[in-house]
Design a protein around this ligand. Structure first.
Ligand SMILES: Nc1nc2c(ncn2[C@@H]2O[C@H](COP(=O)(O)OP(=O)(O)OP(=O)(O)O)[C@@H](O)[C@H]2O)c(=O)[nH]1
Ligand SMILES: Nc1nc2c(ncn2[C@@H]2O[C@H](COP(=O)(O)OP(=O)(O)OP(=O)(O)O)[C@@H](O)[C@H]2O)c(=O)[nH]1
Ligand SMILES: [Mg+2]
Ligand SMILES: [Mg+2]
Ligand SMILES: [Zn+2]
Ligand SMILES: [Zn+2]
Lengths: 211, 211
C-alpha cells in the first residue's frame, strides 16, 4: 500500500504546483488504439488558438505518438515506460521539467494504452477523461468499471463506425449509468469531426472551473 | 523479482501437470474488445467435434463473457481479478480444479483485456496467442512489443473492417517482422468466418506437436 500512498502524495504536490501556475492538466486514458493521439491531432490546432498547450506522451515503447504530435508545434515530453502499463506521478513530475510552466495554460497527458491500471493512479491531473471506441464493444463500462468511475468525462470515439458494428448505445448508456450516474459523455469521430466542438467546449469550461 | 520467479515455478508445475494429462492449453491475449470471446464463440462449436474443450475466462469484473460461453455447453471456469490487470499461474491452478482433467484435450484461457502485462506472465500455457483487431491500428506490434515477441501466433481480427479503416497491412507486417521474425499470422474475421479454418488447423497441429 505504501507505493500507492507515495504516489498520491506526489500527485497532490504536482497538482498544487500546477494550480499555482494556473495550468489545467487532463489525463487521457483508453485501450490501445481507441484514438487518443488522433484526438490530440484534431484538437491541438484548435486549442492552440485559445491556449498555450503542451503534451506529455506516455508509451511503453517508441516515439511514434510523440513524433506525430511534434508536427503541431507544441511542446511534447515523451515518457517511455519500458514495460510499465501505466504512468505514475513521479514520472509526470520529471516530464514537466521539459516545459516552461510560466508559459502554459493546458497540459494533456496521453497515458499508456490500457483500460485497467491507469485508472488507479492519480498523476496530479485535474480530470481523467476515459475514451472508448465503438469497435471495442458496448460492454466495457461494466467490465472495466474503475476507469469509468474515476473519469469526469467519457468520449465515445469512432462513431463513424457505428453502422458497421453491433455496438448497442442503449446498453452502453445503461451500463454507464450503473457505474457512474453523473458521468457525461461526448460522442465523437476524429474522422468526421463530429463532437470535436463539444470536446473543446468541455475543456474550456473545466479549465475555468479548476482555476 | 521474487514474485515473477514464484509465478514461473508454479507455471512450470501447471504445464507439467497438463502434459501428464495430455492437455494443450492456449493463452489468448489482446486489448479489450479485440474479439477474444467472439472468436471462442465461433470456434467452440467446431472444436467440440474434434476435442474435449474447456475455457478459463479471466475478467476484471462481471460474468458476461463466461455467460456468453456457457451457451456452448463446455466447462467454463471464471476468474474475476477484481482489478488485477493480468492472470497469474496461481489463479490458473485454482481454476483448473473446476474441471475433470481426465476428460479434456484442449483448454483456452481468455486473459484480461490488456496488451501489456499478460505478456509477462507464464501461466502454464503451451502457447500464447496474440490478437490484434484492425480498428486498433497497424502500429501496435512495435508500440507493445513484448506480447508479439512472446506469442507463437498473431491473429489479425476484424478484417471485414479493413475497407473502413486506414490500417496499413504492409506496415503491420514490416513491424511484426522487426519484433518477431518467426511469428505466424492468421488474418481472420469472426463476422465473415474468413480464417477460422486456418485457426482450427493451427490449433490441431500445435496440439499434436505439444504432446
Ligand atoms: N474510423 C475512425 N478511426 C479512427 C478514429 N480515431 C482514430 N482512428 C484510427 O484508430 C487507430 C488508432 O488511433 P490512435 O490515435 O493511434 O490510437 P491511440 O489511442 O493513440 O493508441 P495507443 O497510443 O497505441 O494507445 C488509427 O488507425 C486511427 O486512424 C475515428 O474517429 N474514426
Ligand atoms: N466487425 C467485426 N466485429 C467483431 C469481430 N469480432 C468481434 N467483433 C465485435 O467486437 C466487439 C468485442 O468483441 P469481444 O469478443 O467481446 O471482445 P473481447 O476481446 O472478448 O473483449 P474483452 O473480453 O472485454 O477483452 C463485439 O462488439 C463483437 O461483436 C469481427 O471479426 N468483425
Ligand atoms: Mg496514441
Ligand atoms: Mg471477452
Ligand atoms: Zn498495470
Ligand atoms: Zn498490469
Amino acid at each position: 500500500q505504501n507505493l500507492l500512498e507515495a504516489n498520491e502524495e506526489k500527485a497532490q504536490e504536482v497538482r498544487d504546483f500546477l494550480n499555482q501556475k494556473h495550468i489545467f492538466m487532463v489525463n487521457l486514458i483508453s485501450s490501445p488504439g481507441s484514438g487518443k493521439t488522433t484526438l490530440l491531432e484534431k484538437t491541438l490546432p484548435i486549442l492552440k488558438q485559445k491556449f498555450r498547450v503542451a503534451v506529455i506522451e506516455g508509451d511503453v515503447e517508441t516515439e511514434r505518438d510523440a513524433k506525430r504530435l511534434d508536427l503541431y508545434q507544441v511542446p511534447v515530453s515523451l515518457i517511455n515506460t519500458k514495460g510499465a502499463c501505466h504512468l505514475e506521478s513521479v514520472s509526470i513530475e520529471k516530464a514537466l521539467l521539459a516545459f516552461d510552466l510560466d508559459q502554459l495554460d493546458l497540459i494533456f497527458v496521453e497515458n499508456v494504452g490500457n483500460l485497467v491500471c491507469p485508472a488507479e493512479f492519480d498523476i496530479g491531473e485535474h480530470a481523467k477523461v476515459a475514451m472508448l471506441s465503438v469497435p471495442e464493444g458496448d460492454d466495457k463500462p461494466l467490465k472495466y468499471p474503475l476507469l469509468f468511475q474515476e473519469a469526469s468525462l467519457t468520449i465515445l470515439n469512432k462513431i463513424d463506425l457505428l453502422k458497421y458494428t453491433d455496438f448497442d448505445k442503449t446498453r452502453f448508456y445503461d451500463d454507464l449509468e450503473r457505474v457512474n450516474p453523473n458521468l457525461s459523455v461526448i460522442e465523437l469521430s476524429c474522422k468526421t469531426n463530429e463532437g470535436i466542438d463539444a470536446w473543446v467546449d468541455w475543456l474550456d469550461k473545466r479549465r475555468i472551473a479548476s482555476l
